[in-house]
Design a protein. Sequence first.
Length: 267
Amino acid sequence: MKKRLYRLMLELTHNPLYNYMLKKAATHSWSRKAIPSFSKTFNINTNEVARQAAEFQHLNDFFSRELKEGARPVSQAVNEIVSPVDGVLSEVGDITDKTLMHIKQKPHSLKTMLGLKGAVNTYLGGKYFVFYLSPKDYHRIHAPYSGHVRRRWALGRYSEPVNHLGFYFGQEPLATNYRLITEFESSEHRFAVVKIGALNVNSIHLSHTEPYSQKGEEIGYFSFGSTVVLLFQQNTVELAQWIADANKSNVPVKQGETIGTWVNQEE
């Protein structure tokens, strides 16, 4: 029962008034009393959290918590791409020549997701990785690889839920929700980090605005339920073997773990 209540408070629903009430509850100062219960319910390892429970202002502040330095080791191998978040790698697939990504068995348009024609052409025929973050997960977002920021842009206003109901009833929720997109360039490779909000345009926060990001460096965080999509160019990325062995879907991952390698990238 507690787990269901906490999920409702932090994933949000399709009712604006209900969402407003839930967000007010999760950001009220009294909600910090629920942090120990929240941690126990979701079996959160509080030993890796940078602050003590009493130092958080409210439950939502704990939801977007920072971790202690070194809590998420990041692979330093030159050719390895790492997970940008904690969560579930829910899907890996190919972007077809019709610019479609079949996510949760529903077609999502790359053109709708990115908005910019040049960006669409860049990733046509490439691969996408979809990461779903549940309320129990660490909600900071990190660079999957080192690179120069080519551009950042935002799209969308209204957002569908990114839970199972949102995928069932929504119209391409991952391509139409409010989203912040960062496109990187490293050597001859380009890749994009698409940060997707869930029924709250202020749920995505940038914490890094410099022109260059190191692999594993924090670039933003979510304050409510959320999803991240990585996009890669055609014939540039190979899936990590351990993910391929796990059938490429619904694979639990930690930020910093290797999820793929660059094709023909020299060490």
